[in-house]
Design a protein around this ligand. Structure first.
Ligand SMILES: Cc1cc2nc3c(=O)[nH]c(=O)nc-3n(C[C@H](O)[C@H](O)[C@H](O)COP(=O)(O)O)c2cc1C
Ligand SMILES: [Mn+2]
Length: 450
């Protein structure tokens, strides 16, 4: 099987439907809470396509990153291959290409509104997510910025407050660095907001700075996952490349040195936030005919997967540098895809598990707990992992504690000075201990239950 990620949301939906992983909701559903309620109730196994959203001509997809299985179907890989495949893409990115003029106009420019023709709430389905949110928000737009040859992709929630105006929350990361430069000259920062994207694009935009440092173009990850460069077309009103695979694009500027009241909005830890945040003004809205939009609820598994699954690749890389026989890495959902990892290794010498633990912590500093198991334990099977801990682990030799490391502010259990403790669990068999022969009941394959 050649592993090639879907190019664009439409190809992704075809793949998901063929794999039985798409639920269509044909009746009309309200963008105010109801779409999110259906998405939450639907569970992580399938993406959901809302064919009729009240007040809009555009369908909305949700849950297309709700589980590893759904994402894998879009990426064209086996689910357990995700970390390995993502690592290949990080190590060998494929740079985007500008669409040649001879190829004619791109589909993303089939429908265009510019300037005062734009009315975001009238022209797009914009969801209201949680009970006490201030109103409709765009949460799933991938914001693309450029500065001195560097490109960046990241998410920034947008509170839609007027026909062309939204709030925009920009935390001190890569886009903020571009904003600092623009603020210093008191000029607006041009950006493109791409909406309605496939899982490869969504994961790349969620990849953290530890995996994709400033200046690393996240679009190169997407190109590698697709085995073909991402195609860019020039923006209509901003000097920023637009990924032509998007369903919808909002072009515009983040206003310099401007903060306005924003929120409340429920963040991924379930708490409402509000404050003074940046302001975005749209200069163009372009889309495909029949464009499909995309919704993402904060705190959902769809969001945790986007922000967390790339961490598996980073941990795999870090552990492999020390223990080349590392097999698989699983950053668990219960650990918010950030704090807890299971690592399997083919242990060659005593010392491999302890060094794998140290490497994992160094590779992804948010980690608080690493469990190392033998390679015949399925890291994705919680029962199998717990059984390995129950039957192979002894704290007097297998427990590794580290104190006073850098904590993540999201974690409210941190010490008063903001540091964290870390725990490593070596649940591998001592070398030389025979592998138990699993007890098998003969003839199970011939049983035909009534
Ligand atoms: C659905 C979703 C919403 C997010 N919302 C915000 C946000 O409002 N503001 C923000 O600064 N980061 C937000 N993030 C986090 C960043 O987009 C994410 O950490 C990204 O990887 C940062 O990219 P960078 O390393 O290129 O700066 C969000 C992430 C997701 C998946
Ligand atoms: Mn970045």
């Amino acid at each position: 099987m050649t592993e090639r990620a879907a190019i664009g949301l439409r190809e992704e939906l075809e793949r998901l439907e063929a794999a039985g992983r798409l639920l269509r909701i044909p009746h009309e559903v309200s963008p105010r809470f109801e779409v999110c309620a259906y998405a939450a109730e639907s569970g992580p196994e399938r993406a959901v396509l809302f064919e009729r959203v009240a007040g809009s001509d555009h369908p909305v997809v949700m849950n297309n990153t709700a589980s590893r299985e759904v994402i894998a179907a879009s990426l064209g890989i086996a689910p357990e291959r995700m970390a390995e495949r993502y690592l290949e893409a990080l190590v060998r990115p494929i740079a985007p290409l500008v669409r040649p003029a001879s190829a004619g106009p791109a589909a993303i420019h089939e429908v265009t509104y510019t300037g005062d023709e734009i009315d975001l709430l009238a022209q797009l389905p914009v969801l209201t997510h949680h009970e006490h949110d201030a109103g409709p928000y765009l949460t799933s737009g991938v914001v693309i910025g450029e500065h001195e040859g560097a490109r960046n992709l990241s998410y920034h929630r947008m509170q839609v407050r007027g026909p062309r105006e939204t709030g925009m929350v920009v935390v001190q990361r890569h886009l903020h660095r571009m904003l600092d430069a623009a603020d210093a000259e008191n000029r607006p920062l041009p950006v493109v907001v791409a909406l309605g994207l496939d899982a490869g694009m969504l994961l790349a935009a969620g990849t953290s700075g530890s995996a994709a440092p400033y200046g690393f173009d996240e679009l190169g990850i997407v190109g590698a996952l697709r085995n073909t460069p991402v195609e860019l077309v020039p923006g209509l009103t901003v000097p920023i490349g637009v990924p032509s695979c998007a369903e919808i694009v909002i072009e515009g500027h983040i206003l310099p040195n401007t903060l306005e009241p924003e929120g409340p909005f429920a963040e991924f830890d379930g708490n409402y936030e509000s404050g003074r945040e940046r302001v975005f003004r749209a200069t163009a809205l372009t889309m495909r005919r029949g464009a499909i939009s995309h919704g993402l609820a904060t705190g959902s598994t769809s969001q945790l997967n986007i922000m967390g699954l790339p961490n598996e690749a980073v941990i795999l890389r870090a552990v492999r540098a020390v223990v080349p026989s590392v097999d698989r890495v699983h950053v668990t959902l219960g650990g918010l895809r950030k704090f807890h990892a299971i690592v399997s290794i083919d242990k060659r010498i005593e010392g491999d598990p302890a060094d794998a633990i140290v490497a994992a912590f160094a590779g992804h500093r948010d980690l608080k707990q690493v469990t190392v198991v033998d390679h015949d334990v399925d890291v994705f099977d919680a029962f199998a992992v717990e059984r390995a801990v129950a039957t192979e682990f002894q704290a007097h030799r297998g427990l590794h504690l580290f104190h006073r490391g850098r904590g993540n502010p999201v974690d409210r259990s941190l010490a008063e000075d903001g540091t964290t403790s870390r725990i490593g669990i070596d649940a591998t068999r001592p070398l030389g201990l025979a592998v138990r022969v699993p007890a098998v009941v003969p003839g199970r394959d011939r049983v035909r239950l009534p």
